[in-house]
Design a protein around this ligand. Structure first.
Ligand SMILES: Nc1ncnc2c1ncn2[C@@H]1O[C@H](COP(=O)(O)OP(=O)(O)OP(=O)(O)O)[C@@H](O)[C@H]1O
Ligand SMILES: Cc1ncc(C[n+]2csc(CCOP(=O)(O)O)c2C)c(N)n1
Ligand SMILES: [Mg+2]
Ligand SMILES: [Mg+2]
Ligand SMILES: [Mg+2]
Length: 323
């Protein structure tokens, strides 16, 4: 297989998005949009950083790579439309493995009616999958991290810490299909976030690094303080049972759960609950937003009756170089 026969093999047979003018097979893709705002983002998965041959099959790599990008589109309240895939392929990856990687992406893109409209394929040392996504959102309705206000309820979707626990199960050979699935095939909260469009204001951030990070990003961007209650943070009982010494850390900073952390006014909380019900999403209130006296924006967490500052923590790329 060479670069060009590979590209031919992954070319879609048809496109779904009516705004697409030119897809794969020219120097670039073209789509036209006049009535909505366009949301775009890119996230990358690298072998030995985000996955290894031991932790994921090629199918999982494709699925997880697109899921992480869809999670950012969800965190902006947008509807997914297009994606482009940039691949660095090491020697030793065969055609079947690459087509499995695309099957993983396709499973999710079919679910959300997305079109694959381009990419790039080069050879290199480690497998690296970089996906660029585009989504649409009603004009001026994109959901930012800077819109939290004092009095808001802080909420989280799903359960936190599952992906980190799932990774541990995979690495240590414990057969826990649910947790392993949460690591390999996370569920971006696209439908839930889209439906929140009916709300005047909601603050959203997706949980890629862990709520210790993401809550601080909301607090800083909005210049408010978030007061979280540790006892309310949702997690799967099996995580606590299997990893009694680790689960408290993992639910705050395990990362890779691709759930949503948000804030919304108290008056709209019942609507959020209703939308959660409609979209089969579990949503849990975990704290409140208060004014920040010095506008710095901090996160406080009450645990065992004691309140302390919750600092950013979790996985940070480039850490060694900085130390
Ligand atoms: N190399 C880069 N060049 C330009 N902008 C970047 C680069 N890396 C990150 N950014 C920008 O920095 C901001 C934060 O990016 P970050 O990747 O932390 O967000 P995220 O995708 O939500 O988190 P994660 O990568 O953990 O999923 C985004 O606006 C992103 O586009
Ligand atoms: C084999 C293997 N080792 C370690 C990890 C853990 N890990 C890698 S990146 C990341 C944070 C999110 O990264 P990003 O900021 O790029 O979204 C975490 C928690 C893994 N998934 N696989
Ligand atoms: Mg990113
Ligand atoms: Mg994000
Ligand atoms: Mg991201």
């Amino acid at each position: 297989m060479d670069e060009f026969s590979f590209i031919k093999s992954i070319q879609p047979t048809g496109y779904r998005q009516s705004s697409l003018i030119k897809g794969i097979n020219d120097d670039a893709a073209v789509f036209r949009q006049t009535s909505q705002d366009i949301v775009t983002s890119v996230d990358t998965m690298v072998e030995e950083v985000h996955f290894s041959k031991k932790t994921m099959t090629p199918y999982h790599v494709g699925y997880r790579a697109l899921a992480a990008n869809l999670s950012d589109l969800a965190a902006m309240g947008s509807t997914p439309a297009f994606y482009l895939v940039s691949l660095v392929v090491p020697k030793g990856w065969n055609k079947e493995e690459l087509s499995e990687l695309y099957r993983g992406m396709q499973e999710l893109s079919d679910k959300y009616q997305m079109d694959l409209i381009g990419g790039d394929t080069v050879s290199g040392k480690e497998l690296c999958v970089s996906i660029t996504v585009f989504g649409y959102v009603i004009k001026r309705m994109a959901r930012y991290r800077n819109s939290a206000l004092a009095g808001d309820i802080v909420f989280a979707t799903g359960t936190l810490g599952d992906a980190r626990a799932g990774l541990e199960c995979i690495l240590t050979g414990q057969d826990e299909p649910f947790l392993m699935g949460r690591h390999r095939m996370p569920s971006p909260r696209v439908h839930f976030a889209e439906k929140l469009t009916v709300l005047e204001r909601v603050t959203l951030n997706d949980v890629s690094d862990g709520i210790a990070n993401e809550s601080n990003e909301i607090a800083e961007a909005s210049a408010v303080d978030l007061h979280l209650d540790f006892e309310k943070v949702p997690y799967s009982p099996s995580v606590a049972t299997l990893f009694p010494d680790k689960y408290e850390e993992w639910i705050l900073s395990g990362g890779e759960d691709f759930e949503l952390l948000g804030t919304v006014s108290e008056k709209d909380w019942s609507k959020v609950q209703e939308i959660a019900k409609q979209t089969n999403t579990v949503v849990t209130p975990i704290g409140v937003v208060k004014e920040s006296v010095d506008q710095e924006g901090r996160v406080y967490m009450v645990k065992n009756g004691e309140k302390s500052i919750l600092n950013k923590s979790g996985y940070t790329h480039l850490q060694e170089e900085r130390d």
